[in-house]
Design a protein around this ligand. Sequence first.
Ligand SMILES: NC(=O)c1ccc[n+]([C@@H]2O[C@H](COP(=O)([O-])OP(=O)(O)OC[C@H]3O[C@@H](n4cnc5c(N)ncnc54)[C@H](OP(=O)(O)O)[C@@H]3O)[C@@H](O)[C@H]2O)c1
Length: 332
Amino acid sequence: MLAAYIEAYGGPERLRVGTLPEPSPGAQDLLVDVAAASVNPIDFKLRQGKVKSMMRFDFPLILGNDLSGTVRATGPAVTRFKVGDRIIARLGKARIGAFAERALVTESDAALAPSSIDLADAAALPLAGLTAWQALFELGQLSAGQTLLVHAGAGGVGHLALQLGRWKGAQVIATASEKNRERCLQLGADQVIDYRSSRFEQIMHSADVVLDTQGGDTLLRSIAITRPAGHVISIAAMPTPEVARAWGVGPPLTWILAFLTRPERAAARARGVNYHYLFMRPDGAQLAELVKLVDAGQLRPQIDRRYPLRETAEALAYVEAGHAAGKVLVLP
Ligand SMILES: NC(=O)c1ccc[n+]([C@@H]2O[C@H](COP(=O)([O-])OP(=O)(O)OC[C@H]3O[C@@H](n4cnc5c(N)ncnc54)[C@H](OP(=O)(O)O)[C@@H]3O)[C@@H](O)[C@H]2O)c1
């Protein structure tokens, strides 16, 4: 089958598109004919080797973390899906490989695809949608009437977070550049702050929940405007030592992370803010909740660009440039 893969970590030149053997399903696996895979920043970070201290992979490594497609075969222990089902999934972290004609999905990571949007477009949902859901509802405990600040409201995660915030009944504020103002307002933001020309803390003074997609200075300034007992969730900072320990990371790296994450943890502690680093996880049941919202017309993934599998390197380069509006798809 055709696949986009790397044989060693490095720059864009490491990415190859060629023929690799088709995977065969284990007991609880679905073998899926991929309709589309979405590009997520983890794809180029992984290619660069930036996550190799946290996750180990064998080569050749097919990239791509989430997908939509049709079940072609099932393992003997699969009970919830059958051949011909249209599904979406965030693939297991240890066994990615969505930029290919076929991929394996663990049954518990999959959900039936929404029926109200194109199957390929539904690939925009799993990783970014689950990230927004877990950040806002599991960690942020967002409720109606609260103020939610979403950084990069036009981005892959941000544009779904805005819609989920609106659905929950929160007052939603987004940061975005001027060209994305209208888009954010249409998706559910009550207010959009141009991050290029203003500092958000000079325009808004309090938030109950902040979704930080930037890290660094943006994260520290976000903590400074969050009310005591509120929640700041970063998906772009360094993992906290607690998260690293939960992944089974050993002491030397955990100590380094404790040192590197001291500014945000100390700032949050001093203010009485709950600070969380999130590394999202696959979850078929949560994905099914997102699918219900799509079919109820409450959530619409936006597609910025579509690339053929042979142009996976170009798709990654476009997202790596940092200005995608919505999601970018790769289609075999
Ligand atoms: N930890 C996790 O589990 C997890 C999961 C998903 C994503 N992430 C991380 O979260 C980050 C965002 O992911 P994504 O998929 O949403 O990325 P993305 O789609 O590539 O984000 C692009 C968007 O970011 C906006 N942007 C760039 N700089 C900004 C700034 N300083 N302030 C506000 N907006 C800015 C751009 O807007 P303009 O074009 O208007 O500039 C663009 O709309 C990445 O670092 C990714 O690795 C982590």
